[in-house]
Ligand binder design. Sequence first.
Ligand code: NAP
Length: 526
Amino acid sequence: MTGENSVGCEFSAEGSCLFQTFNPVKNKSNPTFFIEATIDEVNRAVDLAQEAYSILPTISVVQKADFLEEISLQILSIGDNLLDCFVSETGLTIERAIAERTRMLMQLNAFADLVRKNEWVEPSIDPGNVNRNPKKPDLRKMLVGIGPVVVFGASNFPFAYSTAGGDTISAFAAGCPVIVKSHPLHAGTGELVANAIVKAVMKTGMPKGIFSNLNAVNLAVGKQLVLHPKVKAVGFTGSISGGRALFDMANSRPEPIPVFAEMGSVNPVVILPESLSENNEKWSDLLAESITSGVGQFCTNPGLLLLIDSEESTFFLETLVTKVLNREAAPMLHPSILERFESAKREACKVPFISLHEKKGDIPINATRQTILTVNASVFMSNPLLQEEVFGPFTLVVICKSLNELEESVAVLKGQLTGTIMGSVENKEKYKTIFSTLHQKVGRLIFNEVPTGVEVCPSMHHGGPYPATTDSRFTAVGTDSIKRFARPMVYQNFPEELLPEILRDQNRMKIERRINGAWTKSDVHA
Ligand code: NAP
């Protein structure tokens, strides 16, 4: 580990601002000093990215796919060093490190397949017709990379949502160079993964400017990147305040650019009364695991449960509280995250509540006490602060007097990544307002499962109306996330030899193309 930046795949350490990462389990700093990128290094990274962007359209899809696969091989070849570094910078378990690495590698290979097939560019051809009156122009459309992309990863996913996470890989796949603003809490993990990407760039002959990894402990590096005129899009995973700040910054530019900010959410879970008794054990097990896994540090953590007051719901809550509090407390990612958690929890607990349950007894250093706070629906609806994400093992339970009050509570919810309904199909008519209201507020509706665990596949949508994300039309997880970093490009009346291969008359790659509005693998016939 060098602590250096990687600027267009070259090591660089021109700055004087140094910082270290922190091991929350050992309660001490990790040894490497990281060197924050300077203004010149940021400018160089962006200039090189712009150069690479103009070369990328000339590189074959096979080479691009090989590059993504090579990144995955290079990451795997780092072996235990990478896993140890992940653990030492997060306090998370080795099992979690392995699982998240698997997810990162799966993402890489899924995007390699996508690039190789090349259908994601949605080729669309409407051949011209000179005999029509008026004359119909020949129009051929496909998606192309948007330009240099800046990626901000989150503290809680050093692999899956960081250096070689979904944003970086989907941007590469779309044909965009990437500059990663490395997360200061896991800069070492970031450096090791960055080195693997650099090796893959060299081995597969990609342009060096396709990738830079810049260290930063202050906000200035991120700001400079977002405001740089050659940067064309931003992928962000993190808090609502961070995402919103970058979104506003990007919109204040003379040339505004899209910021795909995937932010926090409270992921409401509506628990309906009819089938509660028979599912008491099953649902309380599922929820207790979901609330506490990863020390509650997941964007899909179920932070809000809504129930109608009844004997069954009281018993369910007692069971759930016992199960949540019985779980081991573990260190949070960093003392600053612990501090943020405690402060947000204190704020939430200032409202008049029905009950407050916290884990008791000794807990490890830098750990927190998982907490369940119960309030009346009227308190919930009159305190918008209770809708803010408390990032960590905290869940707010809202007790409603009636179905009407449950409907009103759901109606005041802001945009969310997910919404969950626990109930039975038989009562669908009775609860149709709950279903339809949640439908308007979330990107993923879940029935009798929990929101944690975001499968990487084409049918996933990890996004939702603001403030869950800044653009609910796009996903941060799954192969459709490539669309964030692509824009449509139309060629009108272009001679065959000037057209990209995929839009020519002959369908050499034998892929699905839309010709005159119908999907086909045929050639274009004059
Ligand atoms: P964070 O504090 O918002 O930081 C994320 C990154 O953005 C960091 O690199 C941070 O740099 C940078 N940043 C934040 N504010 C900035 C600003 N004003 N200007 C420039 N850069 C800025 O979030 P985090 O604590 O790392 O991650 C936890 C949060 O991520 C939780 O809210 C969680 O729900 C959310 N999350 C969302 C998803 C999703 O897909 N929706 C997935 C995982 C996590 P510094 O660290 O240097 O400030």
